[in-house]
Write a protein that binds this ligand. Structure first.
Ligand SMILES: [Zn+2]
Length: 282
């Protein structure tokens, strides 16, 4: 069985990216896993602290393990973990990756806490990867009227990225490169800074992760992948599709069997996941 690091090296050598999709229930997971199985591509599942609390930390680990036992290269990330206790719980549950999000801490505090996360991940003796975050890009996974205050204002420089990776020993890095969490409601998200991605990729050994890619154009996302991004995160777009699908399912009949109306949500989510995965592996 390949490790997550094997997969990252593999996608990078092909100038592809690994799709990271957030879920909060088993139906969303099912839809994403089905697309990955159909396309025969690996996939990374993310659960934020809120999403983890909803589905259950042991429960999501068991579900992902079940898909893995069927031969799928599927991995689990503890997305945006803000406390050391949260990190430890994910490590104990068998997650493949932990993202420690110290983007709202001072640089020094972020380095110190991320170092501790790396120490704990290595102490598991398992090939758990650690992602660090540098630069505030907002915290929302919803449709936004405006860009959240302060989000994306300070872009991560190549020098900062290099120093942070050296100081912390992280395997993966989430920089601020014009991306924002969530997506704007009635207009495209601001352009991504492909040149900045290339500058950062040139000076760091860490795999770069593009967060908040919902609402960004295919052209910008593809540009970032060519420039050195290994993982692309999508949450809001699949949440939106899932909800709309379920709404349509509820509107068209008085059906009470969840398997019927939730399937409409899964079908709608799968359309988005398929489009993204095709873009990442072009
Ligand atoms: Zn994120």
């Amino acid at each position: 069985m390949k490790t997550l690091l094997d997969i990252l090296k593999d996608v990078r050598s092909k100038k592809h990216a690994l799709g990271h999709f957030n879920i909060s229930d088993s139906s969303q997971l099912r839809g994403i896993a089905q697309v990955a199985q159909e396309l025969q591509v690996p996939v990374l599942i993310g659960v934020s602290e809120g999403e983890r609390a909803f589905i259950g930390i042991k429960q999501i680990a068991a579900l992902v393990a079940a898909y893995r036992s069927e031969g799928l290269d599927i991995f689990l990330n503890a997305d945006h973990t803000k406390t050391i206790d949260g990190v430890q719980a994910a490590l104990d549950a068998g997650f493949d990756e932990v993202l420690f999000d110290g983007s709202q801490l001072s640089y020094e505090e972020n380095v110190k806490a991320t170092q501790e996360v790396v120490r704990r991940a290595r102490a598991t003796g398992r090939p758990v990867l650690v992602e660090g975050e540098l630069g505030y890009i907002g915290t929302s996974s919803t449709l936004l009227d405006d860009i959240p205050e302060g989000a994306g204002l300070e872009r991560t420089s190549a020098e900062q990225a290099h120093a942070f990776v050296q100081a912390t020993g992280v395997d993966m890095l989430a920089p601020s490169v014009g991306n924002i969490h969530g997506m704007l409601k009635d207009q495209p998200d601001p352009r991504l800074d492909v040149a900045r991605v290339a500058e950062i990729a040139a000076v760091t050994r860490a795999h770069l992760v593009l967060h908040g890619a919902s609402g960004n154009s295919a052209e910008d996302i593809a540009g970032c992948i060519r420039a050195g991004v290994s993982v692309v995160h999508i949450n809001t777009e699949i949440r939106n599709a899932y909800r709309k699908g379920i709404e349509a399912g509820l509107a068209e009949s008085k059906e009470v069997a969840p398997a019927k109306y939730i399937q409409k949500g899964i079908d709608a989510l799968k359309v988005v996941v398929l489009e993204k995965m095709k873009l990442y592996t072009k």
